[in-house]
Ligand binder design. Structure first.
Ligand code: FES
Length: 173
């Protein structure tokens, strides 16, 4: 799971993205064999691109479709299906709030509503000043201590409005 975004990583470089994709394809083929289904490693490539650039840039989609011999719609579908992939650079700080069942039972949706009302920030959005990105995740393995969140990659349990506001105030400083 990602922590604070490094703004220096957000400059997309198509040649570097191609190099990363080629390396992941070679790695998959070495592992699965040339003809195996698993030798089409779209997910590992997308993770590697997001690690490198902080998000999946539009220019990467046709490049990946061409390299993997799949349609652009297929690549776009995978990117939009998985909540982990960002289509735009993240803010300097990233808060991922768990919205799965156990955290729902412990009030996570009221925290999401508070974020929208008090901070004008909805899941998937970044504050206009680029300070903070809010994302949804679905179970962090900390269900007993929900509502749970990841703040710059650090697990927080028993999140409440006061702790949330304190973290946001510190993040926007
Ligand atoms: S449901 Fe939120 S940590 Fe498991």
């Amino acid at each position: 799971m990602g922590g604070a975004a490094d703004p220096s990583r957000d400059a997309f470089d198509l040649a570097e993205a191609e190099r990363i994709a080629v390396a992941e394809i070679a790695r998959a083929r070495a592992f699965f064999g040339e003809d195996a289904v698993g030798a089409t490693p779209l997910l590992p490539i997308l993770h590697a691109l997001q690690d490198a650039f902080g998000h999946i840039h539009d220019e990467a989609l046709p490049m990946l479709a061409r390299m993997l011999n799949v349609s652009q719609a297929e690549v776009r579908g995978v990117v939009s299906f998985y909540h982990d992939f960002r289509r735009a650079p993240a803010g300097r700080r990233v808060l991922k709030i768990c919205r799965a069942e156990a955290c729902q039972a412990r009030g996570c949706e009221s925290l999401v509503a508070h974020l929208a009302q008090a901070h004008r920030l909805a899941p998937g959005e970044t504050t206009p000043d680029g300070a903070l990105t809010l994302e949804s995740v679905y179970c962090l393995g900390d269900c007993a201590l929900g509502p749970a969140a990841l703040a710059d990659g650090a697990l927080i349990g028993r999140l409440d409005v006061a702790r949330l506001d304190a973290w946001i105030a510190e993040a926007r400083r």
